[in-house]
Design a protein around this ligand. Structure first.
Ligand code: SAM
Ligand code: SF4
Length: 337
């Protein structure tokens, strides 16, 4: 199949679909509690895409050449019967690489049904082993051992599992080594994601970013690391192998070394907007095309293809030369990371 290419010659390969904007945590860097003052409201149910609508959208994206779909949120496992969606998508795209990104709080109870429905991969976000530090960064009590037990059980069930960690200076930097050691011991690939200026409500400040380089140096004091070759498939993590053979650790250097050049992903918000960049301040009204214009799958694919064809976003590469906090940008809990 010929790839769908944007104006900077980047192919469309990867789709992230947010299925809810609700969440059971209040991570400081994403959906801080302070945000939920008077007037705050999550999207009403009728504004959120149904599983059937998501499936039709994925079908259209398949015609444009995508290979991966990641289900995200908000917290996707708060939405009822997520395995029904996985089952639909698996039928629509038997060859699709299907993943979910979750905070893991409700993972254990869903593992079996997700596996049976055909999910391939789990990306679990966990920013601390110590539950007190976990509570501090997640804004709610965090049973880190329960999450860890689900991670290990998921791995034993055959899921490909990765752990995602965001480090915020002065909050959870003391957890770098405990997370590294736990992942090494249990054979889980850990990826550190630099704290990003997504949205406008997390009060992002460059001073609070701990760069991948700093984390890598900190790990290097205890465990020697050697870089792995970058794969060609638009992988955003720079991966390093522990020289003692105890696995791999990755770094997503979105702030210190932006990777817009290789960005091949489209994103859909829970309310059905198509975003061609994580840092976009608005999207394209996919839900309107489906519900009001009643486009069929072919027409939908043509419309999406045109949007991708005109794509020129490279926010991360130009952020330093722009006002970093533009007044309206879509939030991470709306678009899904
Ligand atoms: N609730 C799920 C979870 O936490 O995994 C899925 C949605 S969450 C928005 C997806 C990912 O985005 C998580 O790994 C989270 O750590 C990451 N994230 C959220 N806000 C971020 C920020 N400001 N900078 C970097 N990563 C962020
Ligand atoms: Fe919720 Fe995930 Fe955002 Fe944390 S990062 S508040 S778990 S959506």
């Amino acid at each position: 199949m010929t790839a769908t290419i944007d104006s900077l010659k980047r192919p469309l390969k990867d789709l992230r679909v947010s299925i809810t904007d609700r969440c059971n945590l209040r991570c400081q860097y994403c959906l801080p509690e302070e945000l939920l003052g008077p007037g705050f409201a999550f999207s009403p149910r009728e504004e959120v895409l149904t599983y059937e609508e998501i499936n039709r959208i994925v079908d259209a994206f398949l015609a444009l050449g995508i290979r991966k779909v990641r289900i995200t949120g908000g917290e996707p496992l708060l939405r009822r019967d997520v395995s029904d969606l996985v089952r639909l998508l698996r039928k629509t795209g038997p060859e699709l690489d299907l993943a979910i990104t979750t905070n893991g709080l409700k993972l254990d109870e869903h593992l079996q049904s997700l596996r049976e429905a055909g999910l391939d991969r789990l990306n679990v976000s966990l920013d601390a082993i110590d539950p007190q530090i976990g509570r501090k960064i997640a804004g709610r009590p965090l049973d880190t051992e329960k999450i860890w037990a689900a991670v290990i059980r998921g791995q034993a069930m055959g899921f490909r599992v990765k752990l995602n960690t965001v480090i915020k200076k002065g909050v959870n930097d003391c957890q770098v080594l405990p997370l590294v050691e736990r992942c090494r011991k249990d054979g889980i690939e850990l990826r550190f994601i630099e704290y990003m200026d997504v949205g406008t409500s997390n009060g992002w400040d460059l001073q609070e970013v701990v760069t991948a380089k700093e984390i890598q140096e900190r790990i290097g004091l205890h465990y020697a690391l050697s870089p792995q070759a970058l794969d060609s498939g638009g992988e955003t993590a720079r991966r390093y192998r522990y020289d003692d053979g105890q696995g791999v650790v990755g770094f997503i250097n979105s702030i210190s070394q932006p990777f817009c050049q290789g960005c091949n992903r489209a994103r859909i918000s829970a309310t059905g907007d198509l975003h061609t960049c994580l840092f976009a301040n608005s999207g394209h009204p996919l839900k309107h095309w489906l519900r009001e214009e009643k486009l069929d799958t072919k027409a939908l694919a043509d419309r999406i293809g045109k949007v991708w064809g005109g794509r020129s976003d490279r926010y991360s590469e130009v952020r330093t030369s722009r006002a970093s906090a533009s007044s309206s940008r879509t939030e991470m809990w709306q678009i899904g990371g």
